[in-house]
Ligand binder design. Structure first.
Ligand SMILES: Nc1ncnc2c1ncn2[C@@H]1O[C@H](COP(=O)(O)OP(=O)(O)OP(=O)(O)O)[C@@H](O)[C@H]1O
Ligand SMILES: [Mg+2]
Length: 266
């Protein structure tokens, strides 16, 4: 499989506090990798390194086989959509202006192309047409998150980085957004890195799940592997509930089969 993102022996410290110890992993092109771990384990730090918001102290990161060290930041970010929880939207811009921000930079001369892109992505994430002229403060939290996702996707990125994007929404909206994101993922073939605190969400959305604790990888594998063969006590406890009541969606059931109290690989 072709590698889209590769971390090779990445280390990062803030002052004398080591946050990432020696991080090495590879994300295949077209994968949907969910990252889960305890608070402060370095998930956001790792994510920010992919689009150059932070730099490793040691080690290297490769995107499509190319070392991003010293690479032009603007170019790097052009291929990477970044959606984070909270104040991601420009508050002084309307929904339309927020979503068209990057497309405007990309096709300066073709305004119609930008308008079409805005319409398309608003439709895909399920935002009503009449929301275009509203400001972020005039939207609900869930709607703001949809705008954030639309804005990240409107640049047609090869990579989508999402840091707890569905953190602040109710269960129902969250389930809807999950379904929409899965559809977008399948339609576009984008490679996704998705940080979450919710193990059910990590297992449901991820083609692979990366479990982190204290700056180290505990396990990196398919959902069924985490459930069947937890590599550490941390992973075993994290997935204990799911092992009892497995919430994997139907298309993942092909990966494993339930027998009594545990999952077996088919
Ligand atoms: N700019 C900074 N200066 C100093 N320490 C920092 C800085 N940013 C993050 N840290 C520390 O680095 C560690 C990792 O932070 P990071 O944001 O990557 O964790 P996380 O896994 O995303 O946590 P959470 O699940 O709570 O979002 C934490 O202990 C945090 O306090
Ligand atoms: Mg974080």
């Amino acid at each position: 499989m072709e590698s889209m993102i590769e971390f090779r022996n990445v280390k990062k410290a803030y002052g004398d506090k080591t946050v990432l110890k020696d991080l090495s992993f590879c994300v295949e092109k077209g994968a949907f990798v969910t990252i889960i771990g305890s608070s402060g384990s370095g998930k956001t730090t790792a994510l920010k390194m992919v689009n150059g918001l932070l730099r490793p102290d040691f080690g290297d990161i490769f995107i499509s086989g190319e070392n991003i060290r010293g690479k032009n930041q603007t170019q790097l970010r052009r291929n990477i959509g970044y959606a984070i929880q909270g104040s991601v939207l420009f508050p002084h811009m309307t929904v339309e202006q927020n979503i068209s921000y990057v497309p405007n930079l990309l096709n300066k001369r073709n305004k119609q192309k930008t308008r079409d892109a805005v319409d398309k992505w608003m439709r895909i994430v399920g935002l009503e047409e009449d929301m275009k002229q509203r400001y972020p403060a005039e939207l609900s939290g869930g709607q703001q998150q949809r705008v954030g996702i639309a804005r990240a996707l409107a640049a047609s990125p090869d990579i989508l980085l999402m840091d707890e994007p569905f953190g602040a929404v109710d269960e129902l909206t969250r389930a809807q957004l999950q379904t929409e994101l899965q559809r977008i993922y399948r339609q576009t073939g984008v490679t996704v890195l998705f940080v979450t605190h919710d193990i059910a969400e990590a297992l449901k959305l991820g083609t692979k799940v990366l479990v982190m604790d204290r700056g180290e990888i505990q396990q990196y594998g398919r959902p069924a592997e985490l459930l069947n063969r937890p590599a550490t006590e941390f992973v075993r406890q994290l997935t204990a509930q799911q092992r009892r009541t497995c919430h994997l969606p139907d298309d993942r059931l092909a990966d494993c089969r339930y027998s009594g109290m545990r999952w077996d690989e088919a």
